[in-house]
Design a binder for this molecule. Sequence first.
Ligand SMILES: [Zn+2]
Length: 120
Amino acid sequence: MVLKGSCHCKKIQFELKITPAHLTECNCSICYRIGARWAHADNSEVNIICDDSDLINYSWGDKLIIFCSCKHCGCTTHWKSMDAQESTRMAVNTRMVEQSFTKNINVRHFDGADSFVFID
Ligand SMILES: [Zn+2]
């Protein structure tokens, strides 16, 4: 199954080519604010369909990953590694996916704020 998602104004679209084993809610300082529900994947398992000029790229702290949001409607759609040689992991925000497509996927809670382990 391909999970398709988009920001509110649809300028940023993505296709996740795998069905994730679970979705992740993280309580770190940024994920908590965004309210994201991530599906993690390899770069090769995701198509991001957008014009790069429509993206806001945000990086903070040790700047290992970049959070990408739509500059028109503000939705955060995905994050990716700053350096694709370093890591090919990324995640898409399944809050951008039609609810009916994700309602049967288990949601796990990750303690990104502190212990860096799942706390469910
Ligand atoms: Zn948008």
